[in-house]
Design a protein around this ligand. Sequence first.
Ligand SMILES: *Cc1c(COP(=O)(O)O)cnc(C)c1O
Length: 348
Amino acid sequence: MGAASLTIDLDAICANWAALDALSTAHVETAAVIKADAYGLGAARVGPALAAKGVRSFCVAVAEEGRVLRRALGEGPDIYVFAGHMAGDTGLIEEADLIPMLNAPEQVVRHMEALPGHGFGVQLDTGMNRLGLEPDDWAALRDDLMQAGPRLVISHLACADEPDHPMNAQQLRAFREMTDGVAHRRALSATGGTLLGPEYHFDMVRPGVGLYGGLPFADARPVVRIDLPVIQTRIVRPFETVGYGNAWDAHVESRIATVAAGYADGLIRAMGDAAQVFAGDVPCPVVGRVSMDLITVDVSHLDEVPDSLEILGPHQGVDDLADAAGTIGYEILTSLGPRYNRSYTGGA
Ligand SMILES: *Cc1c(COP(=O)(O)O)cnc(C)c1O
């Protein structure tokens, strides 16, 4: 077994969902965002595990993801598509029974012409300027859309991971101005907004990253564990170097372990020697550059080198690794790649 192992704890994902769900009152539904293949962890496993715990609404980015998820979930749960009703998606939306979040006037026209009577949602722009109907478009289309009866009216916060950012209150105000009086269900918040408090909950919250153990949900249970098999160890003498570019040199005689994963597995090169791995509870520094398939680690201080070293898990979470690489937990998770020996625990 040369490849590194990636273990995904489905019970921890379900527990994180339940903990986020408990932050809002009973009338607020907690959906689950499982776009990008459940943030890299496998929507076909994560979706059914959450559905079994009572999750009734799921969100994906594009219709193709919705089709895969529908196969895994079967009939029943709602699947919302953030990209809305794109040209060419009509057949998919109908067959997989997806709910497109219409976000531009062209999409409204396309949906009403191609699939009149088929469920849809509306996404409004409240200042992020990424997706959603602009206030003027909304004003022009609002009556027709309200008559057709959207399943959900949403917007998305740009700065919810910074609770004190004035943008949060500004977008909340804009969302209220645009939707107060609307008789249909409303939703504004992802993980960050869910943590901002009840004003931000409306009728539904839709966390993603918090389910998978990432910030801003600081109380999340860790979900992912990665163990890297040690392929070989060697003694490196003073002034000898390790890895590409001679980026590290030994000042004292050192024992170096070479482990089986690299940037092709999403252990991105930028983390370099700011990262560490763990032998049980003992941290071991990464030395030299991260290669495509290999990482080198200083294990001089260990009495015994174990068969594998942990790079993600209880000792070092996705956000710790992200910090070392100058990125965010979301990017670590979605970069993990197909080469691991993947296994799932829990979820029964
Ligand atoms: C990705 C996304 C979410 C989930 O965001 P997290 O920060 O991962 O909780 C919710 N809503 C929309 C519109 C998104 O694009």
